[in-house]
Ligand binder design. Structure first.
Ligand code: MTE
Length: 326
């Protein structure tokens, strides 16, 4: 959702795919070495694997596969390759170029990370990452991810149900919303020296959405520690909402009585709502949301109501007109 995309360009993936196609074609012709300059110009995308370590504390769940499927914890669709997940990203704190986030965030260090949880809670607490891992099981959740720009992935996350963290701080009766904040540190996040967004990146959920068992604080993917480009060391994942709700590199969580600001809603309130539920029936003002481009697939597939999590979450929105509350 760079400035260009906000002004109507919704084809970033096709550019990406074309570059990859070009790379394959050139590779097949065996002229890659001879055309380094051309290769770099057309194809900044590198084939990548995570070189980070296996995530500590990942437990195998006691639930059966059928139970996980019916809870929405496991999607029976091919997983997007690790290489695609970690080389095609939105993370404006580093760059607005999706193909360059991995490189731009390569040296981002997260040692000593802390998350402050405060506001309308009985037990305001500062957590380290290992504290988070002690609040509940770190489980694998294989979720669909649907970006508002109409591309999608299937990602095997490893994380902690957000409800376990919220239970630990004991929300007060008046708490109705949960606000999230990304680190603000323009030294380490050079994109914050630009005014492409108002910093820090902020997001919010209703408390009942935050307590839903599908809502995850992700600490890893593909069984490994979360890489910087995907929001290290901890990011939010709400699989039935557009990807922009999945705020990365979180340092603060506050429980509030009223609706908190959200970065994209603040930027363009007629285009991005607070709920941001995936909904194929409500087009973005400048493009359809009826179909999506699954990364790694050719052709488009229909977008599902609530991104395919209707059975699990539709009741959260009973009585709400989702074409008005988008
Ligand atoms: N969080 C922060 N702090 N900054 C961002 O720019 N981009 C959002 C979301 N979280 C973003 C963010 C958007 S638009 C999307 S689609 C997802 O992260 C992308 O997550 P991914 O790169 O892991 O696929």
């Amino acid at each position: 959702m760079s400035g260009n995309e906000l002004r109507g360009e919704v084809t970033p993936y096709s550019m990406y795919a074309n570059r990859r196609w070009f790379m394959k074609a050139v590779g097949a012709a065996g002229v890659l070495a001879a055309s380094g300059g051309v290769y770099r110009w057309f194809n900044p995308v590198r084939k990548m694997e995570l070189d980070t370590v296996a995530i500590e504390g990942l437990v195998s769940t006691e639930l059966s596969e059928d139970q996980r499927r019916s809870l929405g914890y496991l999607v029976d669709e091919p997983r997007t390759s690790e290489s695609d997940i970690i080389s095609y990203n939105n993370f404006y704190e580093f760059t607005t170029d999706k193909n360059a986030v991995a490189e731009a965030s390569r040296n981002f260090k997260t040692e000593g990370w802390q998350i402050r949880v405060e506001g309308l809670v009985h037990k305001p607490t500062t957590f380290t990452i290992s504290d988070l891992k002690s609040l509940g099981p770190i489980e694998e959740r294989i979720y669909r991810m649907r970006c508002v720009e109409a591309w999608s992935m299937v990602i095997p996350w490893a994380g902690l149900q957000l409800s376990h963290l919220l239970d630990a701080v004991q929300p007060m009766n008046g708490a109705k919303y949960v606000a999230f904040e990304t680190l603000y540190d323009p030294e380490r996040m050079p994109g914050q020296r630009t005014d492409v967004l108002e910093w820090p990146y902020v997001e919010g959920l209703r408390l009942d959405e935050a307590m839903h068992p599908l809502t995850l604080l992700a600490l890893g993917l593909y069984g490994k520690e979360l890489p910087a480009q995907d929001g290290a060391p901890v990011r939010l994942v709400i699989p039935w909402k557009y990807g922009f709700k999945g705020i990365k590199s979180i340092v603060k969580i506050s429980l509030l009585a009223s609706e908190p600001p959200c970065s994209w809603k603040r930027y363009a309130p007629t285009e991005y709502g607070f709920l941001a539920n995936v909904n194929p029936n409500v087009p973005h003002p400048r493009w359809s949301q009826a179909t999506e481009q699954r990364i790694g697939e050719s052709g488009r597939r229909p977008t599902l109501m609530f991104n395919g999590y209707e059975a699990q979450v539709a009741s959260l929105y009973d009585g709400i007109d989702l074409s008005v509350n988008f």
